[in-house]
Design a protein around this ligand. Structure first.
Ligand SMILES: [Zn+2]
Length: 416
């Protein structure tokens, strides 16, 4: 029937559209977000903004959730793979104290570089960070009693944030560094805003003479001095992973379960695989940092911050996949072609070799944990929980060990 077919087409479109925006629970991000903490013993989560809507779950006291929207006394929050709504009066805005790292930092009326300027802040000024919109932070400045927006690049949560000055070579032993990535910029100063002196090839040796804020001051073989981003160079160690700092990010956790199949919930599998990977890396002499090591909710912002603040050599986010049709296999996402894609390719090919699962290839993905990451970052999807055959395989500890070995081999090959 014509009408039925039209309706089913609409439904089909809606299903596909919904999948597109929420595949694997990686929610599309709204503009202004902040963290809310539950201030009652038990808080109903409803399917929409009102007490007449179905209760889809509960939050416990002190649980922290990300708030995406406010509507007539109701807050839209991340809940499991979906969104839920809670009464706003039972959430307290979780804030943190930040410190201005630049000089004359503009506080603007809205999160845009063209918005009007309310005031300017001196270096070291304390601000209360209430929420964020992209790279912009919504702040309250207690000393001026002003609320506005500042760019997140100029705010640190460390009151003694190192000033962007040079750690002099006098106190450091000069070490030989090798350029890790092809076409790395050798710059006039410690930041991407400084001009390029030359473009260096992978494998080029430089002598490190200082460092500042994750940037390495180095001398070329011809004696010219310049700066390279710390993640572009590394000492040439005995094992390619020895001395490397690797941040492992087990996807989801706590209130955010991620995808679920018939047997397994994503958040548990990601943690198991992460621990397997971590122990392999530690044996090779790498320093391993987990964004979570228990069933804990950690915001995407926090995960990225851990990577950026630890000057990690690599950030690996571990996930398991889901789709509505029949899907199978492994895929690895990168965001920045120059910074991330070579590592993603190395991980993907070694994962496929080790697990023998279908190769879905490497893909560009705009997931926050890799998009906002200043370190080389990859997000791996280790198979489909929505595929019962694949789920029963990928959930076993034997297979998780294979997956961990695959990622490990990929990292070792990348850093070699
Ligand atoms: Zn996931």
């Amino acid at each position: 029937m014509k009408a039925a077919s039209f309706v089913s087409r609409i439904i089909c479109f809606l299903v596909i559209f919904t999948l597109f925006v929420s595949i694997d629970g990686h929610r599309a991000e709204a503009a202004y977000t902040y963290q809310g903490k539950v201030n009652v013993d038990s808080l109903n989560v409803r399917s929409n903004a009102g007490t007449s809507y179905a209760i889809i779950g509960k939050l416990k006291k002190d649980q922290v959730v990300t708030v995406y929207e406010n509507r007539q006394g109701w807050s839209k929050i991340a809940f499991g793979q979906k969104y839920g709504w809670v009464s706003s009066q039972f959430l307290i805005n979780v804030t943190w104290t930040g410190y201005v790292t630049g000089t004359n930092l503009n506080v603007r009326k809205s999160p845009s570089a063209t918005a009007g300027i309310l005031t300017q802040l001196g270096k070291g000024t304390a601000v209360t960070v209430q929420g964020k919109d992209g790279s912009w932070l919504k702040v309250y400045i207690p000393s001026k009693k002003v609320t506005g927006w500042v760019h997140g690049d100029y705010i640190s949560n460390n009151p003694a944030a190192p000033a962007p000055t040079v750690t002099t070579a006098a106190t450091k032993v000069a070490t030989t560094q090798v350029v890790l990535l092809e076409n790395s910029n050798f710059r006039k100063g410690p930041g991407t805003n400084y001009g390029s002196i030359s473009i260096e090839k992978a494998g080029t040796l430089l002598t490190k003479i200082g460092e500042s804020n994750g940037w390495i001051q180095a001398k070329r073989a011809d004696g010219v001095t310049g700066w390279v981003a710390g993640w572009l160079v590394g000492a040439a160690p005995s094992s390619p992973l020895k001395g490397k700092t690797i941040v492992i990010d087990p996807g989801h956790g706590g209130v955010d379960g991620g995808a679920s199949g018939r047997l397994y919930v994503e958040k548990r599998l990601t943690l198991n695989a992460a621990v397997e990977l971590g122990s392999l890396l530690q044996k090779a002499g790498a320093k391993v940092i987990y964004t979570r090591s228990s069933d804990l909710y950690v915001s995407l912002n926090q995960r990225v911050a851990i990577s950026n603040q630890s000057n990690a050599h690599a950030f690996i986010s571990i996930h398991y996949n889901s789709c509505s049709g029949v899907c199978s296999g492994i895929e690895t996402f990168y965001y920045n072609m120059a910074k991330d894609s070579a590592m993603a390719r190395s991980i993907q090919s070694n994962l496929v070799k080790s697990t023998q699962l279908r190769d879905r290839g490497t893909k560009y993905g705009t997931y926050q944990v890799i998009r906002n990451n200043q370190r080389p970052a990859a997000l791996v999807e280790l198979g489909f929980l929505s595929n019962p055959t694949e789920e029963s395989l990928i959930g076993t500890s034997a297979h998780q060990k294979k997956a961990a070995q695959g990622i490990y081999n990929g990292l070792a090959a990348f850093f070699k």
